[in-house]
Design a protein around this ligand. Structure first.
Ligand code: ATP
Ligand code: MG
Length: 189
């Protein structure tokens, strides 16, 4: 069986926290690949103000230099609410020889009980939880924990910093920084 990690998210924008957890879990669990899946519309979030096409472009740019990483645009292509259950059902149909490892930060570990069809989902894949400052790694669902150095970086924090005019160029990759600048993302509108 091929071992593939999945990192779903809004990626508005993708930051070094995302890249670091993906790389660290790949290394510790010896995954063959990690697939980044930008959500079209995250079920528990307000619709992202940043166009999905731009978020795909930023993720593509962020992961380009890493041979383990690739992007899967399946949720953006599908439009509507991006339920992980639907996505994983489809991916498993397309890749029956693959064991999927769904990577989530501690904030999502805490919220697993609210996910659409979570009881079916935990039977289909392995959840891999990583720590995140300010959240407890606690749930009644089966989660494999991977111990990693925690980085206090979030997309919300980056959006807020850009709005305030604070520097963000060592919190996101250079290529993502260039897109944020060119497209004038996150500035006061
Ligand atoms: P936002 O602030 O907009 O919610 P975010 O930084 O949480 O953005 P998401 O796209 O929501 O980024 O997260 C995608 C996945 O990455 C989630 O599983 C989230 O828990 C995880 N993640 C993001 N940043 C970190 C981090 N610094 N440490 C650990 N996990 C993280
Ligand atoms: Mg988040």
């Amino acid at each position: 069986m091929k071992k593939v990690g999945i990192l779903g998210g809004t990626f508005d924008p993708p930051h070094l926290g995302h890249l670091f957890i993906a790389q660290e879990v790949q290394y510790k669990l010896e995954l063959d690949e990690v697939w980044f899946i930008p959500a079209y519309e995250a079920p528990h979030k307000r619709k992202s103000r940043t166009d999905a096409v731009l978020r795909l472009e930023m993720v593509e740019a962020a992961i380009a230099e890493n041979p383990y990483f690739r992007m899967e645009s399946i949720e953006v292509d599908r439009l509507g609410k991006s339920y992980t259950f639907d996505t994983m059902e489809l991916l498993q149909e397309m890749h029956p020889d693959t064991a999927f490892h769904f990577i989530i930060g501690a904030d999502l570990v805490e919220s697993l009980h609210t996910w659409h069809r979570i009881d079916d989902l935990v039977d289909k894949l392995t959840f891999v939880g990583v720590g995140r400052p300010g959240y407890e790694l606690m749930t009644t669902y089966p989660v494999t924990y991977v111990d990693i150095p925690e980085l206090e970086i979030s997309s919300s924090m980056i959006r807020e910093r850009v709005k305030q005019g604070a520097p963000v160029h060592y919190l996101v990759s250079g290529a993502v920084f260039d897109i944020i600048k060119e497209q004038k993302l996150y500035a006061e509108r």
